[in-house]
Design a protein around this ligand. Sequence first.
Ligand code: ARG
Length: 578
Amino acid sequence: MKNHIASLVLQSLNQLSAEWALPSDISRKIRIDRTKDKAHGDFATNVALMLAKPLGLNPRELATKIVAALPQDSAITKTEIAGPGFINFFVNSDHIATQLAAMLQDERLGVKQVETPQNIVVDYSAPNVAKEMAVHHIRSTVIGDAAARVLEFLGHNVIRANHVGDWGTQFGMLIAYLEKCENESGSGLELSDFEAFYREAKRCYDEDEQFAQKARSYVVRLQGGDQYCHDMWQKLVTMTMEQNQRIYDRLNVTLSPKDVMGESLYNDMLPQVIADLKAKGLAQEDQGALVVYLDEFKNKDGDKLGIIVQKSDGGYLYTTTDIACVKYRVDHFKANRMMYFVDSRQHQHLEAAWQIARLVGYLPADVSVEHEAFGMMLGKDGKPFKTRTGGTVKLKDLLDEAEKRVDAMLTARGSAYEASERAQIVHDIAIGAVKYADLSKNRLTDYVFDWDQMLAFEGNTAPYLQYAYSRINSIFRKTELKPGTIVIASEHEEALATKLLAFAEAVNAVAQKAMPHLLCTYLYELAGTFMRFYEHCPVLKEGVAEDTARSRLALCALTARVLRQGLGLLGINVMAKM
Ligand code: ARG
């Protein structure tokens, strides 16, 4: 609807453009908003206010002219000029009913597939080998996965890229320590506690000179392609990723082993990257290291920022890898868009790598690269989320606790389930709550991890939405009647209908801005609108005419489908009973 109204406004402005010179990008500047208060119509635009000033006109007068030049349209019953020059649009409820009838028949619920699918690389999760998944990896994993699902649903070709930290000088130490553990325990070592493994490896490295020497020699051998070191390294990667895959599966995250494209994947490209940077005169030597100076970036002292791309010992850096990675994604995947779901603290690193990739000619101007940054996860004390002793919170422990809490909560509510379904329901509520808590906040801000808030059955939470879904299901268990033709007869039906029709907009907004919270807000509002509708518009009560009941059942059914689909796009399951 928004697009439709925007096109009407544009037609009107084009008519008027003989009188004034309109900005050339006017079509992108027309904003249509849904009104908060239906007394002011369904949609409003500030286009007259925006254009009046530069044209030296009175906004209300301009609004009047725009309205006068609007083409006749069956979807709009009335327009009104409000306040300093807003234009309000009232939408025809027959038109709403027709659109809803179409939505009811549409298994995609009005969400159209894009006409020109793009190749979109979604870089997310990216944990590090032989380390516990840290809090910023959870955020990246959950938010990135929702974005990937949404883009795929819209018909894009999504390439999930798990840029695992699987390379670096620490591997000498890790291999040496793995070797030590294997010698001590015999074979068949199971690594379950990476934090302890890493800590102990580091301790040996710091305290035992012989160990440190061996570790350093292993780095050199690993980089030189030595078979033994490569096999030991591979063991570490495999053990880590098997453990992480179990977490992905448990979290209902769509990443799989084939999506792992760790830093090591780009190793072979690095000498060529350096050669290209040198050939283009971009890299210069500085105290033995190779450095690219970037005009647009300043260091703390206000000087040009120098980015090291090769150390004096010949080693490459995290940035060098990310430069190669851009080239790979452009050449190999023909990426049109690359989205990096990475902690906001890595902003300068990413921007610098991309800028260098542009300068050296790896990144064509028509490929969009975006840092989908996110803030930190904080504890209730407002400090970075940590265990009581200050360690990293293991994701597995966090999920175990979520399930324990949900289990207790269901017992307290007296919910009765078959033993066979209970475990699945506990899992779906717990995982849903943890993911939704993260997804529902604007990713750019830090957010506070709060068990009570995320598990509440009230407010913008997954349990609230899952409950709304199961409640609608229970209506259908109580009747033989089938949904019928939708007739919009009251303001509550109209409010629900309009909200349902806005689903496609919410989904598209997530794809465009990489912000899943926009879909969460939409679903939360939809559930609220449904609850008000259900309170005022009885469905199965005695005295409700059958046609009315069946129309309302159709609205119920559609709401349930949108909730299910919407939560599904966020990677959250619903349950028939709760
Ligand atoms: N492994 C990195 C970390 O733990 C994140 C990688 C993000 N992606 C990238 N292309 N740099 O911080």
